[in-house]
Design a protein around this ligand. Structure first.
Ligand SMILES: Nc1nc2c(ncn2[C@@H]2O[C@H](COP(=O)(O)OP(=O)(O)OP(=O)(O)O)[C@@H](O)[C@H]2O)c(=O)[nH]1
Ligand SMILES: [Mg+2]
Length: 360
């Protein structure tokens, strides 16, 4: 199952550029604002050194990484929640993603208009945050109106929800995003249907020019820290160009510049962390493959990521460590030395497990 991330930010911040760097999809990148009108979706493979290591043991098999889905959303401007710019259409697009990648322009270029004249990282970030908060306020108040009627005739559920809504509305009015208001798991569940925008986790993406980090991107880091959020610095335009190269040329480029990996790879990993997902691996049949599940998932449910049938037909999971496979070179040798753990229904799958599911 792919996880979905939405690229959100001011016009001309470089969202489509980063979308292309992530997905090599060749989306339209233009020096004028609102070049993206319709949100577009793309899939980015998740670079994974552990999968590469496992694949090295089975070079004849096909390597299948997990993927994330990225949505390139139209630029937001001040007043968007009231219909300015491309207005409200961005809303549904953001509602449908699980997490937000907030792209912040950190490059100067007189040829590329900034919707507010010039780069000012704090203001630019706050404009976006304010629009999302305003939209949530509208959503919450609309819901409150509907729930209030049911609460008046004394429905317990409705009264509880009303109290929650009142609390959230107060917070949002003071500028506190819902993710930063302490919510119990139950309260979060209750809000799922409304899918408020400021409840979604955020990762800041500082889009810098070819020269790399600068004073603007340092500000992004500061602001992210203030908010308890993560951030990634990426040379969007450069990485987009690299994404279009064949793999060999790309690695040659990286070597030449003494880089270990592309920032987009870090971006994907950080995005993953945001959703508390982990990866396990299989090498049955013709494929060596990575799978994504939520942290804390038990073995039968993890099997269902491969095939829904596996949940019911689950017998046991044979769990191996990648390091052991590398040391013993074959599953057979691993088995003989007792390094394969036979795990039952209650086993909680760990990040990095290599698993054979035995099903009925
Ligand atoms: N100089 C410079 N230009 C960049 C950089 N990154 C992106 N650009 C340019 O900035 C312009 C806008 O980039 P886009 O990726 O289209 O921006 P966007 O956020 O998708 O914009 P909208 O779709 O209009 O909201 C394009 O001309 C890009 O080539 C950079 O690091 N340096
Ligand atoms: Mg765009």
């Amino acid at each position: 199952m792919s996880r979905t991330f939405g690229l959100v930010g001011l016009p001309n911040a470089g969202k489509s550029t980063i979308f292309n760097a992530l997905t090599a999809a060749g989306a339209k990148v233009e020096p004028y604002p609102f070049s993206t009108v319709q949100a577009q979706k793309g899939v980015a493979p998740v670079p994974d050194p552990r999968l590469d290591r496992l694949h090295a043991l089975f070079p004849d098999k096909k390597k299948v990484p997990t993927t994330i889905e990225v949505v390139d959303i139209a630029g937001l401007v001040e007043g968007a929640s009231r219909g300015e710019g491309l207005g409200n259409q961005f809303l549904a697009d953001i509602r449908n993603v699980e997490a937000i990648l907030h792209v912040v322009r950190c490059f100067e270029d007189p040829d590329i208009a900034h919707p507010m004249g010039e780069v000012d990282v704090r203001r630019d970030i706050e404009v976006i945050e304010a629009e999302l908060l305003l939209k949530d306020l509208e959503t919450l108040e609309g819901r409150r109106e509907r729930v209030a009627k049911a609460a008046r005739i004394g429905e317990k559920e409705a009264r509880e929800e009303l109290a929650l809504l009142e609390r959230l509305i107060e917070g949002v009015k003071r500028g506190i995003p819902i993710r930063a208001q302490r919510l119990s798991a139950e309260e979060q569940e209750r809000l799922k249907g409304l899918s408020p925008l400021t409840m979604k986790p955020v990762l800041f993406v500082a889009n810098v020019g070819d020269a790399g980090e600068n004073a603007h991107s340092q500000k992004v880091a500061e602001l992210a820290k203030e908010r308890g959020a993560g951030w990634v610095v990426i040379r969007g335009r450069l990485e987009m160009e690299l994404a279009e190269l064949p793999a060999e040329e790309r690695s040659a480029f990286l070597r030449e510049y003494g880089l270990e990996s592309l920032a987009v790879e870090r971006l994907v990993r950080e995005a993953y962390r945001l959703l508390a997902v982990i990866t396990f691996y299989t090498f049955v049949g013709p494929e060596v493959r990575a799978w994504t599940i939520r942290a804390g998932t038990k073995a039968p449910e993890a099997g269902a990521a491969i095939h829904t049938d596996f949940r019911d037909r689950f017998v046991l999971a044979e769990v191996m460590r990648l390091e052991d496979l590398e040391q013993f070179r074959s599953e057979k040798a691993l088995r003989e030395s007792g390094r394969i753990v036979r795990a039952g229904r209650d086993y909680i799958v760990q990040d990095g497990d290599v698993i054979h599911f035995i099903v009925a």
